[in-house]
Design a protein around this ligand. Structure first.
Ligand SMILES: Cc1ncc(COP(=O)(O)O)c(C=O)c1O
Length: 489
């Protein structure tokens, strides 16, 4: 029931707490619980299956009546906080993600409290958004004149880079006339190890999946440059317009890094746009022992990188960088009568939405900014080196263990391996190894994932985790052997 004021009119409502002191007390409790949650993460299972009664709570109908916030929070502690994905746990190495950090979480909280919309304008958060983009440029050695934008993640960062590439190489005003007006069908190239987001981007850009030629990868899982040259030659001869090469600086399957210098040279010879998918590996550029692996990334036309991976920003945070700032802006800027720029006042700052697809944009910069300021870039670089060294350590453990075998060369922080059974065929190996993977998850010991590399099914540990210790990797090996042996008997 709405309250009535003295004059009998309906009182105006707000979402602000009725009692700020009660809100403060509950907030204190939430922060206290959150600190304990992170402090004790190692003592909990990495992951656990949700009981039916927990699942069923997410089928409850749309709430109509109010509930005390304390009760709402209680439900969160019993469900969401108890049954997480697990990627903040020291033994989470599935797929590819970062492990977040407390300062970043505080940043997200403050960003939400402060509430700015990063579509643009003249305010402090907008300056910080641009500052974080500038820091990303500096991290990978991009020129200060380049532009960039913070986006939801790597998929969107790649989408931004590939959109600019398409527009620049289309030979027409593709924004005005659309892809149907392009004279010769465009071709993009990448290795057969490309992340799936590139296919989605090609589809969304109206070029279609077939416009992305997957060039075979070699034994090191890098794009085969000779095969790439041949593909380009063949396409030119058959009426296509080679437009862009997508280099992987860290493939999702094995972490392989394409030969960036060779691809730069080829892009120049062939007049192609060079886009680097650096979601996994671009930030190696800040790691003293491993920066050499991505030398040349600073020469790309565009780069996608992912602060929610090796900067461990809480999800979501990706970044697209484009060397030619004007090409970037021209790919997205639209002048709206309702978003005019002014000389003074709130609308006198740049419109940041002119560098991507979103108009309203979340305040992603703060969580990145706070943890970069707190720790300094050198510590993030050392943590990257630490993960690469840990992957080498796991590789050594595997090589020393007769019951395990590597399935692909370890390049940076991804290890592809399997429990081996000399007499077993591929189907049996797959069944046993996938059972080991699921058991590790169900028993809450560790989370690893699986993939198939050059036709060989394998387990895959992607160590992008600042909480992992070598002892965690020793435990992983022991437990895989225990589960593998148990499965075979
Ligand atoms: C190489 C590569 N590219 C792109 C992506 C997509 O990034 P996101 O999941 O942040 O959208 C990933 C994700 O792991 C990746 O590994």
């Amino acid at each position: 029931m709405r309250a009535q004021n003295v004059a009998g009119a309906t009182a105006e409502e707000t979402l602000d707490p009725e009692s700020w002191s009660e809100a403060l007390a509950l907030s204190h409790q939430i922060v206290k619980d959150a600190v304990a949650y992170l402090r004790d993460v190692r003592d909990r299972p990495v992951w656990q299956e949700m009981p039916a009664d927990v699942r069923s709570r997410f089928s409850a109908s749309l709430p109509r009546a109010p509930e005390p916030l304390g009760d709402v929070y209680q439900m969160i502690t019993e469900t969401v906080m108890r049954y997480p994905m697990g990627n903040i746990h020291p033994r989470f190495w599935s797929w590819y993600m970062g492990s977040s950090n407390f300062t970043g979480a505080l940043g997200d909280f403050l960003a939400a409290v402060q509430g700015s919309n990063l579509g643009g304008g003249n305010h402090a958060a907008a300056l910080m958004d641009q500052q974080v983009v500038n820091w990303c440029k500096e991290m990978i050695g991009f020129p200060a004149s380049a532009s960039g934008t913070l986006v939801s993640g790597g998929s969107m960062a790649n989408m931004i880079g590939l959109t600019v590439a398409r527009n620049q190489k289309s030979g027409i005003d593709v924004r005005e006339y659309g892809v149907a007006a392009i004279k010769k069908p465009l071709r993009f190239y990448g290795s057969d190890q490309l992340h799936g987001c590139h296919r989605k981007a090609m589809e969304a850009l109206g070029l279609g999946n077939c416009a992305l030629r997957r060039v075979p990868s070699d034994g090191g899982m890098q794009i085969d440059i000779r095969a790439l040259r041949a593909a380009i030659r063949e396409d030119r001869a058959t009426g296509f317009q080679p437009a862009c090469v997508i280099a992987s600086a860290g493939t999702v399957n094995t972490g392989a890094i394409d030969d960036l210098a060779a691809l730069r040279a080829l892009a120049e010879e062939e007049d192609l746009w060079l886009h680097v998918d650096g979601c996994i590996g671009a930030l190696l550029a800040i790691a003293p022992e491993n920066a050499y692996r991505v030398a040349g990334i600073e020469e790309a036309d565009s780069v996608a990188l992912d602060p929610h991976k090796w900067l461990h920003a809480p999800f979501e945070a990706g970044c697209a960088l484009i060397r030619d700032a004007s090409a970037h802006r021209h790919a997205f800027a639209v002048t709206h009568e309702y978003l005019e720029t002014r000389d003074r006042g709130l609308a006198s700052g740049p419109w940041l939405h002119e560098y991507g697809l979103q108009t309203s944009r979340g305040y992603r910069a703060l969580k990145i900014w706070m943890s970069l300021k707190e720790h300094g870039i050198e510590k993030f670089g050392r943590l990257i080196d630490q993960n690469v060294a840990q992957a080498r350590y796991l590789t050594d453990l595997i090589n020393a263990e007769p019951l395990l075998e590597l399935v692909a060369p370890t390049s940076i922080n991804i290890v592809c391996f399997r429990f081996r059974l000399p007499e077993a065929d591929r189907a049996i190996l797959k069944r046993i190894n996938s059972e080991i993977m699921v058991k590790l998850q169900e028993e809450g010991i560790a989370a690893i994932s699986d993939t198939t590399v050059h036709g060989e099914y394998c387990l895959r540990a992607a160590i992008n985790n600042h909480r992992t210790r070598r002892s965690d990797l020793e435990l992983l090996v022991q437990e895989i052997i225990r589960l593998g042996r148990a499965h075979c008997h």
